[in-house]
Design a protein around this ligand. Structure first.
Ligand code: FAQ
Length: 311
C-alpha cells in the first residue's frame, strides 16, 4: 500500500540513493520538484534579460563576446532544467503557461533594472556567485535528472562568476568614475542578492519537507551566511564597500554578522510588484509569441511524418 511505498521511498532517500523518473514517488514529492525545478528554469531564462540588454552596448568586442556566451549559457541552463522537469510528466507548454499566468515564480533578483555597464559585472560576481552557493548543494539533490543537470550548470556558473569579478575588478582599478560606477552597482544589487536565498528558515514554507526528501540539502539561512562569508573578503580585495552598517566579523561564531533584509520589499517583488516584474514578463510573452512560427513549423513537420507513416 501507499504508506509502505512511502516508507521505502524515504529509506532510499535516507540512503542517498537517487530517485529516477520511472521510480515510484509520492505525488507531493513530484509536485514540489516540478515547482522548484520549473521556477529554477524560469529564473535562468528571465535572467537573460538584465544582462542581455547590454550585449549591444558592451564597451569592447572582447566583453561583447564574453557576455553573449554567458547569456547563451543561461538560456541553455533553462532548457536543461525544463527537460529535467518534463521527466516528471509535465509539458513545457504547461510550465510556460504557469509562468505567463503568474502562478509560477522566478528568482526575485531579475526584477531589478541593470542601469549601467557596471551592473553586468556585479550580476556575474554576486548573482552568479549566490546561484552557485545554492546550486553546489543541489548537485546532491535526491532527484537524479536535477542533480546531474546541476553538475554542468555549476561548472558554467563558476566561470560566469569569475568573469563578473574580473570585470568589476577592471572598474575598481580604473578611473574614479569607473570605481564610483562599480560601487553604485554594488549598493543596488547587494540586498537583492541576499534575498535570492529566500525567507528565513522559520518562515520558509517548503523547507522542512524539502529537506526531509533531500530536494534541498541546506537551509536558506545557512546558504545565505556562506555567501556573505565568501563575498565580504572579495569586496575588501576590490576596495569596494558593502552597503550594510551592521556587517562585521563575529569571532565567536566564525562568521560575519549582517543586517536584516527588507522583507517587505522581498514580498513585494515575489508577488509581482518589483521594479521590473511587468516588463520582464511582457518581454517573455512577446518573445514566446514571436517564436510561434517555429513551433507551428515543428507541428507541421510532425503531421507530415505521421501522414507518411499512414500512407
Ligand atoms: N525569488 O519555502 P521557500 C539563476 C518563494 S539562479 C522568488 O523557502 P523553497 C542563475 C518560493 O518559491 C536563481 N521567489 O521556497 C542566473 C516559495 O513560493 P511558491 C534561481 C522566492 O523553494 C544567474 C516561497 O517564496 N535558482 O537563475 C525566492 O523551499 C545570473 C517560500 O519560500 C534557483 O531557483 C526568491 N529569491 O526555497 C541566471 C535554485 N525565495 O513556490 C541568469 C533552486 C523564495 O510556494 C543570470 N531553488 N521564493 O509560490 C531553490 O533552491 C529554492 O527554490 C529557493 C527557495 C532557495 C530559491
Amino acid at each position: 500500500d501507499s504508506t509502505e511505498l512511502e516508507r521505502r521511498f524515504q529509506l532510499r532517500v535516507d540512503e542517498e540513493q537517487r530517485i529516477e523518473p520511472k521510480d515510484w514517488m509520492p505525488e507531493k514529492y513530484r509536485a514540489n520538484l516540478i515547482r522548484q525545478i520549473s521556477q529554477h528554469a524560469h529564473s535562468e531564462v528571465i535572467g537573460m534579460q538584465p544582462e542581455g540588454c547590454w550585449i549591444t552596448r558592451a564597451p569592447t568586442l572582447h566583453r561583447k563576446i564574453v557576455l553573449l556566451a554567458k547569456v547563451q549559457d543561461e538560456g541553455g541552463h533553462g532548457l536543461y532544467l525544463y527537460s529535467a522537469a518534463e521527466t516528471l510528466g509535465v509539458s513545457r507548454e504547461e510550465l510556460i503557461d504557469r509562468l505567463h499566468s503568474g502562478s509560477a515564480k522566478y528568482a526575485s533578483i531579475f526584477n531589478y533594472p541593470s542601469l549601467t555597464w557596471a551592473d553586468v559585472g556585479i550580476i556575474g560576481w554576486l548573482v552568479d556567485g549566490a546561484a552557485i552557493v545554492n546550486q553546489i548543494t543541489l548537485q546532491r539533490t535526491s532527484y537524479g535528472p536535477y542533480a546531474r543537470a546541476m553538475v554542468r550548470v555549476c561548472k558554467e556558473e563558476s566561470f560566469h562568476q569569475r568573469q563578473g569579478y574580473q570585470s568589476v575588478m577592471a572598474l575598481a582599478r580604473g578611473s574614479d568614475e569607473q570605481k564610483a560606477m562599480a560601487q553604485d552597482a554594488l549598493d543596488r544589487w547587494w540586498w537583492p542578492s541576499l534575498m535570492m536565498f529566500g525567507p528565513h528558515d522559520g518562515e520558509s514554507a517548503h523547507s522542512a519537507q524539502s529537506m526531509k526528501w533531500k530536494i534541498k540539502r541546506e537551509s536558506n539561512d545557512s546558504l545565505r551566511q556562506r555567501f556573505v562569508d565568501q563575498t565580504v573578503p572579495q569586496a575588501e580585495y576590490l576596495g569596494l564597500r558593502i552597503p550594510d552598517s551592521k556587517l562585521r566579523w563575529n569571532e565567536e561564531r566564525g562568521h560575519y554578522d549582517f543586517g536584516e533584509i527588507n522583507w517587505e520589499e522581498f514580498e513585494n517583488v515575489i508577488s509581482g510588484n518589483g521594479p521590473c516584474n511587468r516588463q520582464r514578463l511582457a518581454h517573455h510573452v512577446q518573445a514566446h509569441q514571436d517564436g510561434d512560427w517555429v513551433r507551428e513549423a515543428v507541428r507541421a513537420y510532425d503531421r507530415k511524418q505521421l501522414d507518411r507513416v499512414g500512407a
